[in-house]
Design a protein around this ligand. Structure first.
Ligand SMILES: [Zn+2]
Length: 144
């Protein structure tokens, strides 16, 4: 785990908790929030969005990353994921793979309501990942 106490995560954490308020989780009741900061300095929030056809549910992390990309962002710097769980919530495998493609250099902060947190990276979350993106337009080489 990385330890970077210098970085100010408070604004991003607040944005993630605020995004969580919009969670649409009528089936599980499990609300998750996320917020991505991009190289431009903008922040994009996301929440989980469920569907009666469960396979169509979308996680907060992907909602936030897709929001950023849909707004023209191509370099994602860091992401916060929050939930009201006993331990900081971990991204699912699908979200880890999307992080690998859209923000491979991202720092990832996982937090819960009690303030427990884990600071990690996409590389730590998804070692030996599938990384061959022949169609990719502009790789994020992490020069931020
Ligand atoms: Zn997920």
């Amino acid at each position: 785990m990385k330890n970077n106490p210098q970085a100010n995560w408070d604004i991003l954490k607040d944005a993630a908790w605020k995004a969580r308020e919009q969670a649409y989780a009528p089936y599980s009741g499990f609300k998750v929030g996320a917020a991505v900061e991009t190289a431009s300095g903008r922040i994009y929030g996301g929440c989980n969005i469920e569907n009666v056809s469960y396979g169509l549910c979308n996680c907060a992390e992907r909602t936030a990353m897709f929001q950023a990309v849909a707004n023209g962002e191509r370099i994602l710097k860091r992401i916060v994921v929050c939930a009201d769980t006993p331990e900081p919530v971990a991204p699912c495998g699908a979200c880890r793979q999307v992080m690998q493609e859209l923000g491979p250099q991202m720092e990832v902060l996982l937090v819960n309501r009690e303030g427990k947190q884990i600071l990690t990276t996409v590389a730590e979350l998804l070692p030996y990942s599938f990384q061959d993106f022949p169609q990719r337009e502009e790789p994020d080489k992490g020069d931020m």
